[in-house]
Ligand binder design. Sequence first.
Ligand SMILES: [Zn+2]
Length: 298
Amino acid sequence: MEHTTHHFRIGNINCYAVREGRHSYLPPQFPPPKTLLFKNAPEAELNKTLRQHNIEPDNWPGWVCDYTCLVIKTEEETLLVDTGLNDREAHCGKLVANLRTLGIKPEDIYKILISHAHPDHINGITQEDGNLVFPNARYLMGKREYQFWMEGEAKSALEGHIGEIMCGFVNRNLEPVKDWIDIIEDGEEIIPGVSTLMAPGHTPGHIVVLIESQNNKFLYLVDSLLHPIHCEHPEWCAAVDFDMDMTIKSRRKFLAMAANEKMLTMSFHFDFPGLGYVKENEEAWVWESIKTSFYSTR
Ligand SMILES: [Zn+2]
């Protein structure tokens, strides 16, 4: 049986990791996984590292990863972070059904935080017919991310086919809710105990989420890392990382923060439920997934 939700608490704040789907990034639609995830990694070292992670580098057909959204529930409010890809053909689009198993209906969601405007995080805003999935929601978006995608910058910065595709998703999903988007500042507390921090690089305004309650801390890294190997090699960037230097800087900053403060962390693209700890290891870090052997569905 596939596990679809996972409950955890940070102090007195309830959190739920909610499965949205699993995506296979296969060529020729996407670059080969080594290029897609580690485009600047030296070949020999990358191959060695992949083998340590039980991936045979010459026989790796594509990157297969889970998509996991986060729901944060305080006594007063429910906040959904990101909406997933919502593409049933790609084995995604399970967010609404899985929210219902928690007793949360789409019309009960009043606040959605958009970490960044990539398709796998925003395409769950609208249904295929253009109707809104969450009819009562307002959206929170970082100032820089909003500027980049909604004020014309993305069109010139992202050239070619990929740029067209990305901007198409923005037009279909963010334009219709433009009047319901609230801009947030770096470090702003969006609900009590929950704040967002700028972690640019993957996109120009990518943000991470910090929860603090009763001396417990949690860091949602979202897409700061796409694969656990990025902990060991934060300098290896993905083809979809917009700015490599900024990506590396943000990764180092938040990996150090998570490791130093021994925070529980979560990543959108890691194996469900995406939760684990970042441990210091020589010059870098290593990812330790929480004990979830019963979650393994592969
Ligand atoms: Zn993503």
